[in-house]
Write a protein that binds this ligand. Sequence first.
Ligand code: IPM
Ligand code: MG
Length: 387
Amino acid sequence: MSAKKILILPGDGIGPEVMGEVRRVLDWFQSKRGLRLEISEDVVGGCAFDRHGTPLDSATLQRAREADAVLLGAVGGPKWAKVAYDKRPEAGLLALRKELGLFANLRPALVFDALIDASTLKPEVVRGLDIMIVRELTGGVYFGEPRGITDIGNGKRRGVNTQVYTTSEIIRIARVAFDLARQRRNKVCSCEKANVMESGLLWREEVTKLHATEYADVELTHMYADNCAMQLLKAPSQFDVILTDNLFGDILSDEAAMLTGSLGMLPSASMGEDPAQSRLRPSSAERVSGAQSSRAARKAMYEPIHGSAPDIAGQDKANPLASILSAAMMLRYSFGWAAEAAMLEQAVRAVLDAGIRTADIAAIGVPPVGTRAMGAAVVERLDKLVL
Ligand code: IPM
Ligand code: MG
């Protein structure tokens, strides 16, 4: 089997620090578990703008297309607040998603037992929480046309964005949600604003139709997105898979993330079309042998859901666990190395159980560790797991 090509795009702010710890972990898997990885790095976001005058250089995009998986840190920061709108760091990230066709964004929100007190919600509300948000990522108001700011005379202006979804966009993201639900607790809650928006009404109708024809075994409910925001705080354990569009998914996933205590803990995966139409989870054959199927051809990018946190950048304070858990998702979903992914997740759990915390999840009175010490602690646990 040829080596898996990984492109790391550390980006801005704390991105380089947290990705440094991901490299440490991947190096461990190469030397101790014999995983064959070919890792390269490039720039995206503000640092790419500084170097190339654009947040996503065409050569970088080409490298991303050729990679088996992309790992991204974070983009953005006050340094680039004044650059032209289409050159802002976030535009680089959006272009990567769009150009690679990464329409399915998987954002798990999982509460680790050891971190239950880090949540602002009562322990009994969040204990055991395990939600998967499936967010549509290449459509909706993020990309809809027309868009822009126009002059309407008298010194007044008009800002326009367009929320738009087609049947095929809705169906392909709904399939991802139903397929994932079948591997979990078999429940999908689809969220939109069908009471106000035609695009939401179409969303509800198409999801209902697909459910009736192909996924009647999965429990499907519909919820208005504002109600979902409220239910996430009131009774979050009612949710298994939440299926939603690009904008609502952006908001609901930040909210779900905070239920778990810290944005610093949560990974995400953004997947493209599967050429083989196979399911997201590797088959048992792949689990044994390492994926050799078309799975490697499915475009995917993995990133922590937190941002670039410029206020703490370069200070060895950031929590690298969201990025490390993103790498675990990569091992599982892109390469079919489920055993290694589980090992890595177990090592993270063991670190948390041992009370090791970065500042964002630290308990009162316990001195936090830095980014590097956290990465080292994960690798130490991995060593113990193989002994
Ligand atoms: C996210 C982020 C991005 C988004 C920004 C950085 C463009 O908030 O991944 O959730 O809005 O999608
Ligand atoms: Mg967001």
